[in-house]
Design a protein around this ligand. Structure first.
Ligand code: AR6
Length: 180
């Protein structure tokens, strides 16, 4: 079957990412991979905190903009790709490049581990303070660009927790996908 173009392989969803039955969900982690609040806390609880913490400990941390993989344990997802977004300060500290790197590296790790369906949360837009609109544009455009080079990835779901974020992301998808 021919590979669909990038924007046709990307969807905007609302919900709790821990319920997504995909090959890999992506976690918005910290550099120690120690678990935390927000989506990280929800993923650790749903996967089984003790076993995920032990798997993360063996990875020895993760630098900002990079990504590492574990099993999904009790999750419906087979794997968890842990990536570390930048803490947003004022936009002059390489935040945009680091955020783009999270999405690119997560996709690369997915390909290396034969994960064909992925779900991403809105990395860095919670505790790490990245302005939502800007972060969502970087997320969608980076994944669209990456999918050009990763034909084995069949579908990427972008999962937004709240209704307002979901609706803003839908508008950004419409805008960016119309530009091609
Ligand atoms: N499903 C989908 N999205 C969610 C969920 C969920 N269950 N829960 C929250 N979100 P955050 P960050 C959204 O703070 O900004 C942790 O302590 C949330 O609405 O989880 O990258 C880590 O250990 C927001 O839009 O991640 C790090 O220390 C988005 O997920 C730090 O927070 C990201 O918010 C990482 O901060």
């Amino acid at each position: 079957m021919p590979t669909l173009p990038p924007w046709s392989r990307m969807t905007i969803q609302q919900g709790d990412i821990t319920t997504f039955a995909v090959d890999a969900i992506v976690n918005a982690a910290n550099t120690r991979l120690a678990g935390g609040g927000g989506v990280d806390g929800a993923i650790h609880r749903a996967a089984g905190a003790a076993q995920l913490q032990e798997a993360c400990r063996q990875l020895g941390g993760c630098t900002t903009g990079d990504a590492k993989i574990t099993l999904g344990f009790n999750l419906p997802a087979k794997h968890i790709i842990h990536t570390v977004g930048p803490v947003y300060s004022d936009g002059s500290r390489n935040e945009a490049a680091l955020l783009a790197s999270c999405y690119r590296r997560s996709a690369e790790v997915a390909v290396e581990n034969d994960c064909r369906t992925l779900a991403f949360p809105a990395i860095s837009t919670g505790v790490y303070g990245y302005p939502f609109e800007e972060a969502a544009r970087i997320a969608l455009q980076t994944v669209a660009n990456t999918l050009q080079m990763t034909p084995t990835i069949e579908r990427v779901d972008f999962v937004f927790f709240g209704t307002a974020d979901f609706e803003r992301a839908q508008a950004i998808y419409a805008d960016l996908s119309a530009r091609g």
